[in-house]
Design a binder for this molecule. Structure first.
Ligand code: PAF
Length: 288
């Protein structure tokens, strides 16, 4: 399939071959390349990653692929917003190439390989979405190996995902530098997410308080409150806001995501939360 240059202002590669050809052309000219993997439904958080990429390299690829293998059967794969034309519009003047393959191109018949990690995937999101990180690691490995960029950039909002990808790239000797981009927040501090569109106005109001409780819980831990006491208190406050279910509110080692012995943080710590309100599951995190 030739590169699609007719649909949008930015050329779109729909197959690995087209993507590789475009990248090979840039490489011949000695240009550096970044990949920003996304599932589309782009918001200012994604755009900040693209802007970060632009500062670092000569050419920026944004991939748009709603990856079926990272959704469990009971999750929102079919409802996940798909807004390709709008997404590409938002990338004009920012990205040099869109990579938007279809599922049959990424996972042709007979596809049998999964990249799965132990350790860093085994708690937090891994407890509640046990197949999620194998889906993420597999698709991210494929996207990176297809584009072979110098750097790949991921949002810190999915902090555990970022740690999983760093681990995978190190373990498999994949020659790419992984960068994290800071969480972008709405005026009330709600972490930007493609899933925020699911929130009703009332849920949206409560959701805006999640980051406040996260910050106050992190501050309490930093000032010496035992982790278990601070997170139990924070958890109660989240449920009192109207959240239906708290999956976790935990303070963990920022890189390994291991729990701290002794109920107090050591070295670099991060507080992470996942909670459900209505049909929307929100996650957020910040340094302690
Ligand atoms: O963070 C996301 O949007 C997805 O998990 C990713 C990294 C694009 C893989 O599908």
């Amino acid at each position: 399939m030739p590169l699609d240059t007719a649909s949008y202002e930015i050329p779109v590669a729909r197959s690995a071959g087209d993507l590789r050809e475009a990248v090979a052309g840039w490489r011949k000219d000695g240009l550096s390349v970044a990949l920003v993997p996304t599932m589309g439904a782009l918001h200012a958080g994604h755009i900040s990653l693209v802007d970060l990429a632009r500062e670092k390299v000569d050419r920026v690829i944004v991939s748009i692929f709603v990856n079926p293998t990272q959704f469990a059967p009971n999750e929102d794969f079919s409802a996940y917003p798909r807004t390709e034309a709008e997404d590409v519009g938002k990338l004009e003047g920012k990205a040099d190439l869109i990579f938007a393959p279809n599922a049959a191109d990424m996972y042709p018949e007979g596809f049998s390989t999964t990249v799965s990690l132990t350790g860093v995937t085994e708690s937090l999101e891994g407890t509640f979405r046990p197949t999620h990180f194998a889906g993420v690691a597999t698709v991210v490995a494929k996207l990176i190996l297809r584009a072979l960029p110098d750097i790949a950039i991921f949002g810190e909002k999915d902090w555990q995902q970022l740690m999983v990808i760093r681990r995978m790239v190190a373990d498999l000797d994949i020659p790419v530098k992984i960068l994290g981009g800071p969480i972008m927040r709405e005026a009330d501090g709600l972490a930007m997410s493609s899933r925020n569109v699911y929130l009703t106005p009332e849920e949206r109001k409560a959701a805006g308080q999640l980051n406040v409780i996260l910050r106050e819980t992190a501050d309490a831990v930093a000032k010496g409150t035992p982790i278990s006491k601070a997170t139990a208190e924070g958890g109660k406050r989240i449920l009192a806001l109207g959240f239906d279910k708290l999956d976790y509110l935990e303070v963990r080692d920022a890189a390994s995501l291991a729990a701290f012995q002794g109920d107090k943080p050591e070295g670099s710590a991060r507080i992470l939360v996942a909670a459900k309100i209505g049909r929307t599951r929100l996650i957020d995190n910040m340094p302690v």
